[in-house]
Design a protein around this ligand. Structure first.
Ligand SMILES: *Cc1c(COP(=O)(O)O)cnc(C)c1O
Length: 638
């Protein structure tokens, strides 16, 4: 194992490249978490976390939340804005809001609100249910609550209730008709609203969410509509209510240039409105601060070419420059970063429950009297194979023999046994060809596919549709790595498949360095020793977007806090049970209790007819009921 080291593992899996300062490979070969970047002595070993989870009797797969990471990210964003603002001598403040759609879990929102309290960090909602949530969740009167998304009359009344309760609730107008509605209800209730306008920007974001900006954007007002809005409010004597300009050019902005362009355009609109007599107090730059999922620090779709520090600097300096040129005051800056706050704090731990090896089944290929010439031909190729041969030719010949064999089989010329032999011999040859090119710089195109066709699939106890919806829906790349054994050379090339009955339920996009690959080296599975892998950066969107494909429900969750008095530096603060089979069936309108009694009645009937003895009947009844109340995923530990 001298040709392997932790450094090699780091090169391969890039843990610290995408880890954002929170994850790295420890000397012992296990992935470790440093949840508080300012205190590197707090170090949580994933192996210890796994052991503790097993001890608690929690079944895998499990979502692990590191609450300290969440808190650290909230502090990070706020202190970065504060320090850049001070350095730039920017006259306004920063008052961010967390968009709850990115992860609405109560524990997540509560932790963010708590960690954000010293910064008057607020919340953003984009639907009525989210508004109802944020009204109850953040009661700090100095923080902002920003309301985006399409709104109806009830929505407006709820927002005005918040105003009545002394909260700084900003209703962002996405559509001109919303303005008319809001003004009518505000007058009826005699409550002054705080109004924002969302600008449909001409600048487009960069990355997958490019169409959130531009003239065909779904949300926002055109320049003409913004002017109309301002004038309408003036006519209604409500000019003083227009307080915020909002724009959001897309999530996961891959290229920092998009941020710079948006700031220039947004700042110009703010300055012009100011000069027209509309003295807005806030400019809200939306979300979009990206995450480096693939660790390449590039404009790849799953990456971004800038840091949080650079992003904040572009927002602050961009605004300052335009304001100073135009001679207007520096507004309070608001941002709605969601992904950047939550992505790192959670991951999914799952165990590999088996290996699906391609073409590994072999049958006896020895010579048999009267066998067909095709079998003889390909056997000869195997027997005479040596390293000096022209490999392309070997490949061509073998492929041709195999194709001919299939045709011959269909024409009833070859027997099933003979076809099986040819297949076996063919894959033996391919394995040798692959070995021949193992360390080669140049591999002929036809043979490049061999790595993939000869790779294994590791069957993982989870559902892509529940835990990593974006890898399926939009080809989002998420880091997946073994959690232990990084000090051993991984020598099985594989892709990952889940336990759903859907062939899309797989992960076959990984990054090695800057390259996207379809297979990733993993370690050989040992008998009777579980192999755990982690799916990382799932805290933003993935956590809450999962669906119920194949009736796999929500995962068991453990919430972890660091605790430096503990020798292992952490404790499990809470276990939240995932969905049981009953839970998911109820959502689909079944009645689990009735089902259990139906099955019991069937069993009773068999007992009555003497088909089953009574003791057996009781056992089967209990078993069915236990499964009904059990976890939906595979049970891999007793
Ligand atoms: C989704 C959304 C956000 C969050 O974007 P991130 O890229 O996750 O930071 C912010 N504001 C609005 C209006 C959104 O729709």
């Amino acid at each position: 194992m001298s040709d392997w080291s932790i450094e090699e593992a780091e090169k391969l899996y890039g843990v610290s490249r995408w880890g954002g300062g929170y994850f790295e490979i420890g000397e012992n070969g296990n992935v470790q978490v440093t949840p508080v970047p300012s205190d590197n002595s707090i170090r949580i070993d994933f192996k210890a976390v796994i052991d503790e989870i097993r001890e608690e009797g929690v079944q895998f797969p499990v979502v692990v939340r590191f609450h300290d990471v969440l808190r650290s990210q909230v502090a990070n964003l706020n202190t970065t804005f504060r320090s850049v603002i001070a350095e730039a001598e920017y006259q306004g403040k920063y008052q961010g809001v967390y968009p709850v759609k990115v992860n609405q879990m109560r524990e997540v929102v509560e932790e963010i609100v708590d960690a954000g309290a010293p910064f008057n960090y607020g919340l953003e909602a984009g639907s009525k249910a989210e508004l109802i949530t944020v009204l109850a969740m953040n009661i700090n009167e100095d923080s902002l609550t920003v309301l985006n998304g399409y709104k109806d009359e009830e929505f407006m009344r709820l927002a005005l209730l918040g105003r009545k309760l002394g909260r700084k609730i900003v209703v962002v107008v996405e559509k001109y008709s919303e303005l008319i509605l809001l003004v009518r209800i505000a007058k009826e209730l005699g409550i002054d609203p705080i109004i924002g306008v969302r600008s449909k920007m001409t600048v487009k974001g960069r990355g997958k969410w490019e169409s959130s900006g531009g003239e065909r954007a779904k949300f926002g007002l055109t320049i003409a509509e913004i002017i109309k809005t301002a004038r309408y409010l003036k006519e209604q004597g409500l000019s003083h209510c227009l307080k915020l300009l909002h724009f959001h050019i897309g999530s996961q902005l891959t290229d920092i240039r998009a941020v710079k362009e948006a700031m220039t355009e947004g700042a110009r609109i703010y300055a012009e409105l100011h000069k027209m007599g509309f003295e807005l107090e806030y400019v809200d730059v939306g979300g979009g601060l990206g995450i480096d999922y693939d660790g390449s620090n590039s404009t790849n779709e799953s990456s971004r070419n800038y840091s949080m520090q650079e992003y904040v600097a572009d927002v602050v300096y961009g605004m300052k420059e335009v304001c100073d040129l135009e001679g207007v005051p520096h507004p309070t800056l608001v941002s709605e970063s969601g992904r950047a706050i939550t992505a790192h704090h959670s991951c999914v731990i799952t165990d590999v429950v088996g290996e699906i090896r391609s073409n590994s089944a072999e049958i006896d290929t020895s010579v048999k009297a009267g066998e067909h010439l095709f079998v003889k031909n390909i056997r000869e190729l195997v027997d005479t194979f040596d390293q000096q041969m022209n490999m392309q030719e070997v490949f061509n010949d073998a492929s041709q023999y195999k194709e001919q064999a299939v045709d011959a089989f269909k024409l009833r010329v070859l027997t099933l046994e003979e076809l099986g032999k040819i297949e076996t011999l063919y894959w033996q040859l391919m394995t040798r060809l692959k070995a021949h090119y193992a360390d080669a710089e140049y591999v002929p195109e036809d043979l490049q596919e061999l790595d993939y066709s000869l790779s294994s699939q590791y069957l993982c106890n989870f559902s892509v549709f529940q835990s990593a919806a974006d890898t399926w829906a939009i080809d989002q790349l998420l880091p997946v790595v073994p959690l232990t054994r990084m000090n051993e050379k991984p020598d099985v090339n594989c892709s990952l498949v889940d336990i759903t009955c859907d062939s899309d339920g797989k992960i076959d996009q990984f990054t090695i360095g800057r390259e996207i690959t379809d297979i990733l080296p993993m370690h050989k599975l040992h008998k009777d020793e579980p192999y755990y892998i982690g799916l990382f950066l799932t805290g933003a969107y993935q956590d809450v977007m999962g669906d119920m494909h194949n009736l796999f429900g929500r995962l068991n969750e453990v919430h972890i806090f660091s605790y430096d008095d503990d020798p292992q530096d952490f404790y499990i603060e809470e276990v939240v049970k995932g969905s049981s089979v009953e839970d998911v069936l109820s959502i689909m309108q079944y009645n689990p209790r009735a089902m259990a009694s139906d099955v019991k009645r069937l069993i009773d009937r068999h007992v009555a007819s003497g088909n089953m003895n009574p003791r057996e009947g009781v056992r089967w009844t209990d078993f069915y009921e236990n499964c009904l109340s059990g976890y939906t995923y595979l049970k891999t530990q007793s």
